[in-house]
Design a protein around this ligand. Structure first.
Ligand code: MIG
Length: 821
């Protein structure tokens, strides 16, 4: 009887099903043969095949095809790379040794195991676990590695994108499977983003591992063992991964960003303060919020419309009873200096008279069941279809749908629910996707679908408005999402714990290639106290994306919603951001070139200082600002760790010498903010929004180095452009080289000839030398400058109480020199 049933089951089973896989880890055995072709090395290991290529001298790519057949050469994450680097190969009795100028990879032959060394120092960086290494486990592929150990304990791990559980990931287990996780907590995993990249740090050297696999993957960073094993695995597909050498941690991050692409420059207005809630409606309410910002002189650039602007949640429509004349409203808001960003959801209401539904069905744009009929699921609009964003023609179709909203005056798009999140979870595994021409099911497409929605959105907006920089904000993403979109950390909670958690989450995203990040200020779920909102706004004041948001039905959550004294503090906090906008913009522009994040954990800059390994309540913004926000209720002071160097308190001017801890006063109105010695920090006059007035003065706050050297402050370049167009790609920018030198007892500030075609409005430069002595005189290109009478357009002043020299000169648009004697 049993046999009969088995026979029956076998005969009914569709013939395309593979034989049931045995779930058992089978490590690689001995290398049976190998060859070295012009690009890399290919090894045969039983049925499996392993291929190793040098992408650059610092980056090796390793691909394991468990059944010997490599998949097509295609990646959603990795951008086209220049010609591969040379990989030299030599053979010993028991190993092959592959070398680039920077890396040495030893491949033991029996069994096949890998060991990576720095070619210059010889340091052993990373190796397969001897008894495990790479292997397969049914249809899964996995790799187990040694978690190294040094004098400071087990190897430290960083990255993995948007994860909770702290900045340093050692000892925890993580899954990559994009998940809509309302009100997650510090143990929740996985969340909205999947970035299968981590950094290892031991013996003062860092390296990176990037697993380029879009299936569900898991990273064991030393969980459940004696701290000596780590590993990663994928539910399907190849074990296709990259080893990235540093040894500086900054270089690992920069090289990872070289692989997966860097963020484009965003419009400057998107670095302004952004106000959101679920939802501002009807029109009168949106207008009231906008006018209140202006009346109260609280700077702001962006207002969001959440799902209530749509007609029955149909994306690309308006609810005309709530918004009778969107164009008029948007014109008026624009006149007030506001940009409007709308949410766009991927679910298209299955309702055939509706245009997006009809054209989607006609074009075959929706994800399907295996038999080709459109797949449906329930979400805000009711029963929905879902565009297959992994299909190029569908991305184009989606992109064209934005024309109407753009023509009405919408400036940016917020892609939500794109994990995908639907009522009850996500798509079932059998849902079909084009996967850019290699049709597959949801198992492989899930983690990239949201990123492809952000991509289709960005590309569509760019095609419709080719001269303008798009602004896209996405909840879901995969490695490389930074090429298309900013990222926010989803549905957090209005609690002190969430404020604390938000910092390592944002730092982890930055270490994983995504610079434009922010958390919902004040918290999304539930309502913050006045103090929590104020402290969160301070912590968020210098995060790359600065957006307050709250869920449906909560009390008002605007900077003025907590009474006059809080309003005053919140106004000043936002003004601080606007003063520092040119600094943020300069650092962003650097990030677009280097791939380094704006928001940096101390360990990125000081990986040789063990004190920094786990600091996650302080961070650097750009190269020179150290922020130590207050993240504890009722605290009016906090301990701050100052890494080596001297740090100037932005508010009080006090100087703190690191390394060491100090207790810093932090009354409710204070955001502890410090500037590294040697920095030149550009600031602007505060405005109510970007572009309210021409910038008539660029102030350079100069914090000279304490040690005697001919360089008094780091060389720097001031970057400027029009802030919104793509002209910067064709020379439409201005770079002004600035250096501050010591010549005897004089300090010389030298401005180089500006480079580029962008012409700023006529303006002055104010140079403020901190920690200075009273000057005997000041010269501009050799000519004596007068001590400044108030209101004079040029001249200098000495503010004894602040030990500050301030020199104001007109920008002559050419090289010039200010000499303070
Ligand atoms: O099911 O659009 O994370 O920011 O306000 C909730 C409503 C859908 C989730 C987003 C949140 C947004 C909300 N959305």
């Amino acid at each position: 009887m049993r046999l009969l049933m088995l026979a029956l089951a076998l005969s009914l089973a569709p013939s395309f099903l593979p034989p049931p896989a045995r779930a058992e880890f089978v490590p690689l055995g001995p290398v049976s043969s190998w060859r070295h072709d012009n690009a890399g090395v290919v090894l045969e290991i039983g049925d499996a095949r392993l291929r190793i290529d040098a992408v650059t001298p610092e980056i090796l790519r390793v691909r394991l095809a468990p059944d010997g057949a490599f998949e097509r050469e295609f990646s959603y994450a990795v951008v086209p790379q220049p010609a591969p680097a040379a990989l030299d190969l030599s053979e010993t009795a028991d190993a092959l040794v592959a070398r680039t100028s920077r890396l040495e990879l030893r491949i033991a032959k029996d069994p096949c195991r890998l060991e990576f060394r720095d070619a210059r120092t010889g340091l052993l960086l990373h190796r397969d676990a001897p008894s495990l290494g790479m292997g397969r486990d049914g249809v899964r592929v996995a790799r187990w590695v040694v978690r190294e150990r040094d004098g400071d304990g087990p190897e430290r791990y960083y990255g993995l994108g948007e994860k909770t559980k702290g900045l340093e990931k050692g000892g925890s287990l993580f899954t990559m499977w994009n998940t809509d996780y309302f009100a997650y907590d510090w143990r929740s995993d996985p969340l909205y983003q999947s970035i299968p990249f981590y950094i290892g740090l031991h013996h003062g050297a860092a390296y990176g591992i990037f697993l380029d696999n879009t299936a569900r993957t898991a990273f064991n960073m030393g969980a459940g063992n004696a701290h000596d094993l780590a590993g990663f695995e994928a539910d399907a597909g190849e074990l296709d991964w990259y080893f990235i050498n540093g040894p500086a941690m900054r270089d690992v991050v920069a090289r990872y960003a070289r692989l997966t692409g860097r963020s484009p420059l965003p419009p400057l207005w998107s670095l302004g303060y952004q106000q959101c809630r679920w939802s501002y409606y009807p029109e009168g309410e949106v207008r009231r919020i906008a006018s209140t910002f202006r009346a109260k002189r609280i700077p702001a650039d962006v207002i969001y419309l959440d799902i209530h602007y749509m007609d029955g949640y149909r994306v690309f429509t308006w609810d005309r009873s709530r918004f009778p004349d969107p164009k008029k409203m948007l014109d008026d808001l624009e006149a007030q200096g506001f940009h409007v960003v709308v949410i766009v959801d991927p679910g298209i209401k299955a309702d055939s008279p509706y245009a997006a539904c009809r054209s989607g069905l006609d074009g075959g744009h929706f994800c399907t069941l295996p038999d080709g009929t459109p797949f449906t699921a329930e979400v805000w609009p009711g029963t929905c279809y879902f565009p297959d964003f992994t299909r190029p023609a569908t991305r184009d179709w989606w992109g064209r749908l934005f024309r109407g909203l753009l023509e009405e005056g919408i400036d940016g798009f917020w892609t939500d629910m794109n994990e995908p999140g639907v009522w009850g979870g996500t798509f079932p595994p059998f849902v079909r996707h084009d996967f850019d021409g290699a049709p597959t099911d949801h198992t492989m497409a899930h983690n990239v679908w949201g990123m492809q929605m952000a991509r289709a959105t960005r590309e569509g907006v760019s095609a419709i408005q080719p001269g303008e920089r798009p602004f896209v904000l996405t909840r879901a993403g995969f490695a490389g999402v930074q090429r298309y979109s900013a990222v926010w950390t989803g549905d957090n909670v209005a609690s002190w714990e969430h404020l604390r958690m938000s910092l390592p989450m944002l730092l982890g995203l930055g270490l994983s290639g995504v610079p434009f990040v922010g958390a919902d200020i004040g918290g999304f779920a539930r309502a913050p106290t006045a103090e929590l909102f104020t402290r969160w706004l301070q912590a968020g004041a210098l995060t790359p994306l600065c957006r307050a948001h709250t869920e449906y039905g909560t009390p008002d959550q605007e900077p003025w919603s907590y009474g006059d004294s809080y309003e005053e503090i919140n106004r000043e906090t936002i003004r601080l951001r606007y003063r520092l906008l040119p600094y943020l913009y300069n650092e962003f522009e650097k990030s677009c070139r280097t791939g380094l994040p704006l928001m940096q954990p101390l360990v990125l800059e000081f990986p040789d200082d063990p004190r920094t390994f786990r600091i996650e309540d302080e961070f650097l913004v750009g190269d020179d600002l150290l922020i130590a926000p207050v993240v504890e209720e009722n605290a009016r002071a906090r301990r701050v760790y100052f890494p080596r160097g001297r740090w100037h308190d932005w508010r009080t001017g006090r100087i703190h010498a690191g390394p060491g801890d100090e207790t810093i006063d932090a009354p409710l109105e204070a955001l502890p903010l410090f500037v590294r010695e040697g920095a030149i920090v550009p600031t602007w006059p505060v405005m109510n929004h970007v572009g309210e007035k021409p910038v008539d003065r660029v102030t350079l706050e100069v914090f000279p180095l304490a040690i005697w050297s001919s360089i008094a402050a780091a060389r720097d370049t001031l970057y400027e452009d029009d802030g919104h167009s793509m002209a910067y790609e064709r020379g439409g920018f201005r770079r002004t080289p600035i250096e501050v030198l010591r010549q005897g007892s004089a300090t010389v500030v030298r401005f180089g000839a500006p480079i580029g075609e962008f012409e700023p409005a006529p303006r002055a430069f104010a140079i403020r030398l901190h920690d200075a002595a009273e000057p005997g005189g000041v010269r501009l290109d050799g000519r004596e400058l007068k001590r400044r009478a108030s209101g004079a357009r040029e001249g200098w002043d000495w503010i004894a109480g602040e030990r500050l020299v301030e020199v104001v000169v007109r920008d002559p648009g050419r090289a010039f020199e200010v000499r303070v004697e």
